[in-house]
Design a protein. Structure first.
Length: 185
C-alpha cells in the first residue's frame, strides 16, 4: 500500500516551526503519513515565483494519496502551484485562505493578480475543505468563504480561532487533524 503524503504550506512571516504545524506533523506521522512542512524562503518578504519554485522542487510523487494543507498566504501559493499540475491529489485543506487582494496588504497582490483557475483545481483535487474563524482579524472570514465557494469546497467556520496562529491559542489543531484523517478514509 502506498504511503499517504501531506505537504503543509505555511504563510506570511511563518516557518515550519510556527503555530500548529509541528503538532499536526507529529500527529499525522503517528498515523503513518509522510509529512513535510515546506520551509518557504524569505517568508517576511514573500515572492510568488520563488515560493512556486520551492514547491515545484520539494513536492514529489503527487497522486491520489497526496494531501495538502495551506495556511493563509500558503493557500493561494498552493492553489497557484496546483493550477500548473496535471497529476491528481487526494485532497486539500485551506486554513484562513484567500484568492483576492487584501486591501491592507498590497505587497501580496501579485499572489492574487490573476483569476484562479478553480475548475482545473476542482478536477484535480476531489476533496476540498476551507476553514476560517469568525474572529479572524488578519484575513476576514468572508474572503475564505468566497474562496470556498469558488472551489466548491466544504466550508467550516469556527466561532473562535482568530487567524489560527500560536498567539490565537493554536499550537495544536485537532479539527484539522480529524479532517485529514477523514479524507484518507
Amino acid at each position: 500500500m502506498q504511503k499517504n503524503a501531506v505537504y503543509i504550506i505555511h504563510g506570511y512571516q511563518a516557518s515550519p516551526q510556527s503555530h500548529w504545524f509541528p503538532w499536526v506533523k507529529q500527529a499525522l506521522e503517528s498515523q503513518d503519513f509522510k509529512v513535510d512542512v515546506l520551509a518557504l524562503p524569505e517568508s517576511s518578504t514573500p515572492d510568488l515565483g520563488v515560493w512556486l519554485d520551492h514547491l515545484r522542487a520539494n513536492i514529489t510523487g503527487q497522486d491520489q494519496h497526496t494531501y495538502f494543507i495551506g495556511h493563509s498566504l500558503g493557500c493561494i501559493t498552493l492553489l497557484r502551484y496546483l493550477e500548473e499540475q496535471q497529476q491528481p491529489a487526494g485532497g486539500m485543506i485551506l486554513v484562513s485562505g484567500f484568492a483576492e487582494p487584501l486591501s491592507f496588504l498590497p505587497a501580496l497582490d501579485v499572489f492574487t493578480a490573476v483569476p484562479l483557475d478553480s475548475e482545473h483545481i476542482i478536477r484535480l483535487v476531489p476533496k476540498r475543505i476551507v476553514m476560517a474563524a469568525q474572529d479572524d482579524n488578519i484575513v476576514p472570514y468572508p474572503y475564505s468563504l468566497r474562496l470556498a465557494e469558488k472551489l466548491r469546497a466544504e466550508w467550516e467556520l469556527f466561532e473562535k480561532g482568530g487567524h489560527f496562529m500560536a498567539q490565537d491559542g493554536f499550537s495544536e489543531f485537532p479539527a484539522l487533524y480529524d479532517a485529514i484523517i477523514g479524507m484518507r478514509e
